[in-house]
Design a protein around this ligand. Sequence first.
Ligand code: B3K
Ligand code: ZN
Length: 880
Amino acid sequence: MRDGQPKTIFLSDYQAPAFTVSHTELHFELFDKHSLVHARLHFRRADGVSEDTPLQLNGQELELLALAVDGQKVASAHYELSDDFLRIDGLPQSGVLETSARIYPQSNTSLEGLYRSRGLFCTQCEAEGFRKITWFPDRPDVMSTYSVTIDADAGQCPELLSNGNLMHSEELAEGRHRAVWEDPHPKPSYLFALVAGDLQRVEDSFTTVGGRDVRLIILVEEKDLDKCAHAMDSLKRSMRWDEERFGREYDLDVFHIVAVDDFNMGAMENKSLNIFNTSCVLAAPDTTTDLGYQRIESIVAHEYFHNWSGNRVTCRDWFQLSLKEGFTVFRDAEFSADMGSRSLKRVEDAMTMRTLQFAEDAGPMAHPVRPASFIEISNFYTLTVYEKGAEVVRMIQTLLGEEDFRRGSDLYFERHDGQAVTCDDFIAAMEDVSGKDLTDFKRWYSQAGTPELSIRDSWDEEQGIYTLTVSQQTPASLGQSEKSPVVIPLAMGLLGEAGNLRIKLDGEMTDIESEDNTHRILIADKPTQTFRFTELPERPTPALLRGFSAPVRVDYPYSREQLLALVSRDDDDFVRWDAMQQLMVSALQELQENPEAALDPILETAVNAICSQILDPAVQADMLRLPSETYLSELASHAGKADVHGIFRARESLRKSLAKVFRERWASLFEGLRVTEPYAPTGEQIGSRALANVALDYLATADDQGVALARDYYFAADNLTNRLVALRAVLREGSAERGEELLEDFYQRFCGEALAMNHWLLVQAENSVGDSISRVRALMQHPAYDSRNPNKIRSLIGGFANGNAVQFHREDGAGYQLLGEVVEALNAQNPQIASRLLAPLTRWKNYAAGGDLMRAELQRLSELPSLSPDVYEVVNKSLA
Ligand code: B3K
Ligand code: ZN
């Protein structure tokens, strides 16, 4: 922590920059022990700014070696240097500011700014890392063109890369060499990137719709050259899709992706030089799961799509983060839906929202999609900004229709190309093309918390009139006690005995005989409102929130019979999946109250119905899987307090019953779906594997024969997906020896593959059989673990705290202590990872037992002498 308590920054305090920087020249001299950064900033005082306003530049962990303006050394009376700033006064209206700094990339463990990962120099500047490289107005509304010169040892660093185009390269004395890059597109400093190291290239090309030939280059370590094909294909598909769907074309002659082992997040969209976590780019059947393949495709697309939604049009300030992230997640979700199965993508996104984002929105760090204040912006790269932000963009598309939405997006890009803008500018473009007033809708950007729809109905048999009364309410959150209604597009249908009924709302002029008159989008925007449906032949079952049309909770008192009807007959996959989830949740709640409760015959019928339908097998798999412990905890804490041990027991018991009752079904599903062709990450194979593996998991739960089958399946696997499903099943259901046998085998097979080892750590962290805490502590000393590598920390420590609820919430508090210790150590080493890892402890209010011990651990952390702003903010907000 620097200069006393970290400060809160408010959106309402925003002021335009006093100085702009039109062009930035950087010269890097990279050495083993330190590096030198020489900068020349072409600055200009903004119009209307008084002459005595100093130029204030951000800078952290920099040693000042030289400072000059227009070639003249700046006298000490004219500048002030602190831990965070360099302030210079007496400047002309415009000029060139020169600085030289010494920095230490090899000892930069925060992985922010310029750092070294296993010999490779690389950067991560978003959000505020550029200030660890050189003094600069490190804010996204200062956009500049860049020329970058890099000098380094030619043997150690044959590749020297930065943004834009390579202009020049040359040999230098003493075995060193130089490359000069120029990026003609003005960009904010957070998009700056530099890479220098010994990497190998995979090259391909893409011709844009306008005829530009683009070189596509993926750079990886030599051993990984054979793992780049999937990312390259994904990149080409993304480029084509963005042209076709959003009219966005690439704007330079080269596009790089560099894979780095030590990286704080998934990937970064630096202009033309994307930097990726190896886990989000390298793919091979033995080391990447099906989910991993899908993730790589969507992250490659996401970063590429940022070239327009983020880079060409960027954010004015960090409060607007969702302007680029929400929109880009929406774009990548649409891409994934088009590449694979639309309804699967929707179900899975809804699952993430309801399990994780709703929890965040109900917790101590709850914030609006556009936060009004923050202490450390790194803490706001959240599910709310990203995923809820994307849902907000999706609702705009729903309200406007796809055509107007596309016109709005075109207008937004055209109007603001090269600018740093706000979420209001995005909305204004949407309003301008559609003529719709989105003033009320904008509340989604400023109100935290998940809105709750309470829906009740009544039926007038005589008149054939069905009435839905829809009330909404958003719970209070920190600093926001009063909430107003939001605009909720509630997509719905009415299900009758023979299928979805024709819908006519009271007061509608004529019955329009369109082919799709069985669905409606109701607009719920008042505290309470009533919708009357007329001319109905029978009392319908409402099918609510079709396609998860809004990120809200829905409370409607469905009977089990109604849920069964939806599972069996509705024509929307989200509605059917959701109905099945509700049936399982209600069975689990019953088991929690009465462990002897027999299997609900309606649930049995529903399982049979799902198994005998022709459906996307991946959606079928999602419907047959038990709701996760995390989701069940979220639901329970929403209703009161969660009992994680009770949830665990009920879930084990339901799994056992379903396993045994349907044993024959699982066996025939498993046999019928076995993929016999060689592994390929195609939608078809992924779907078959998903369903076969759900069946295998139940078979292993049913009896010893199933465990033996899982063991054989493990050894026969030609891919990581099957191998891990089998391994997890054996660890959970088999003897300790069988589990150890497979873990040892896995280690021997893949100990040279860092990405496979992440999974090896994760399955052990999540394994709740035995003493997980001792196991995790032992693994922290294992050569496969690396306490500086974010992937390893996330797998082992994050996996334990998030995916092993019964042991994390051990009654003696040992799980909380373990997490607290790791966070304490990381606080100094890598504050971003430390504060992310903390999340499970912050939810202490959700648990009946253990809450006090969790709070005590947070309290202990809050009293540590030098908390980073990252950890300080999360700890203090969750104790408030
Ligand atoms: N924009 C980056 C995230 C940066 C996180 C900084 N703490 C990746 C992305 O969302 O595409
Ligand atoms: Zn992004």
